[in-house]
Design a protein around this ligand. Structure first.
Ligand code: NAD
Length: 367
């Protein structure tokens, strides 16, 4: 059943404001252009902390309800990611409905850019799945409210190395909390997905003396990275058959679920993928009960957002890395709150992120 049909009969009722998925969102903008075939939805979850920033995803959704659900879920996540990272940014995200390999044209991206521009800066866009730097250059022709553009165009460039550094910081904090030392030398780490973020994470781990095993669906990539960093390779069907101290999901979301958690032998989970918990409440609790320390994804993968933020407040890559280092301390704080209050680490991170938004709502900046 789609989210839009899940209505609380006793509430306002209605497919939008009555829907659970729409809770607390400020604005949902439907953008359509017959000439270019553009069908896009911009979700603005919150602008309490600042303009809503989040990438644009182009995906061939099975139906409109799936696209709406995705943009609502993703834009909400961006509010918490920015908040917990101490950034003066709100949460937003956009989805373009269509096959990025077949339906995407420069004209479509420019039209999308003009819709972004029409929001006057309430929403700032960036790249996400199915969108590349060239597309963002097309968007930039129509609006200044775009980030993550190439360094050659005065932007902050590829955010992935900064994301990887933040994940590494979060992982070290988790090691300190669990084992009393943040040294990763000799620890068995499984990195699932060795793309833009995964590769840099593998480099940090190798330099730290960790025993890294990599896994990816692309064999050529596996060969390249294992030779470059002298890692082990896992080629079986189920990575959870492998002995590991730390699992670093850096490919897809929802890998922490009913099927995988009972198989896990690791003590720590710390990776870059978004939305790792298939069900943020239930699976967070399952991990806690299994005594597996989970470093919340939206906290430790925020380095990319911190890097993109530099385009708004004008700092350089070194400053992005320095600010990303704070993920180490924040992660430790989250673990302490989780222990003290007997809540999951995900709940603890959400609580702290929401508190900052609420405080700002009560006392706006400059008030
Ligand atoms: P990417 O596309 O460069 O790399 C993903 C890698 O995962 C690819 O090599 C792909 O082959 C592999 N993969 C896909 N399915 C797999 C599977 N089932 N098993 C094993 N490997 C698989 O992406 P990225 O930019 O490195 O991002 C990785 C993850 O981190 C994504 O979930 C992304 O949303 C998230 N993330 C990225 C950033 C960033 O700055 N790039 C920031 C925040 C979050």
């Amino acid at each position: 059943m789609s989210d839009l049909k899940i209505l609380n009969e006793k509430s306002l009722a209605g497919p939008v404001f009555g829907s659970e998925a729409y809770r607390q969102h400020e604005q949902l903008v439907f953008c359509q252009d017959e000439e270019t075939g553009l069908k896009a939805i911009i979700g603005i979850h919150s602008t309490v902390l600042g303009p809503a920033l989040g990438g644009t995803r182009m995906w061939n959704y099975e139906n409109e309800a799936d696209a709406i659900r995705d943009v609502l879920r993703l834009s909400r996540g961006m509010t918490f990611k920015a908040s917990i990272s101490g950034l003066d940014l709100g949460g937003g995200k956009a989805v373009i409905i269509g096959d990025s390999r077949k339906d995407k044209t420069d004209a479509l991206m420019r039209k999308f850019g003009s819709f972004v521009d029409s929001l006057g800066g309430r929403y700032i866009t960036a790249e996400d799945v199915g969108i590349n730097t060239h597309d963002m250059e097309m968007v930039k022709l129509e609006t200044d409210h775009v980030t993550g553009i190439p360094e050659s165009m005065g932007g902050s460039g590829d955010p992935s190395p900064v994301t990887a550094y933040g994940v590494f910081m979060g992982m070290k904090a988790a090691a300190l909390h669990r084992w009393g030392s943040d040294k990763l030398a000799g620890k068995k780490v499984m990195v699932q997905g060795i793309g833009h973020v995964g590769e840099t994470l593998v480099r940090h781990l190798s330099e730290a003396g960790a025993l890294v095993t990599i896994n990816d669906i692309h064999e050529d990539r596996v060969m390249e990275i294992s030779e470059r960093y002298h890692t082990h390779v896992f080629r079986g069907r189920n990575i959870f058959d492998e002995e590991m101290d730390i699992y670093a999901p850096c490919a897809l979301g929802a890998t922490l679920n009913d099927a995988t958690i009972p198989m896990m032998k690791c003590e720590i989970i710390a990776g870059a993928a978004n939305n790792q918990l298939a069900d943020e409440n239930r699976h967070g609790k399952m991990l806690k009960e299994a005594n597996i320390l989970y470093a919340p994804d939206f906290l430790i993968n925020a380095g990319g957002l911190i890097n993109v933020y530099s385009e708004i407040v004008h700092y350089d890559r070194n400053e992005s890395l320095r600010r990303t280092e704070n993920i180490y301390d924040t992660t430790l704080d989250i673990f302490k709150v989780s222990d003290a209050e007997g809540i999951t680490t995900h709940e603890a991170a959400l609580k702290i992120a929401m508190k900052r938004v609420e405080e700002r709502r009560m006392k706006p900046a400059g008030a």
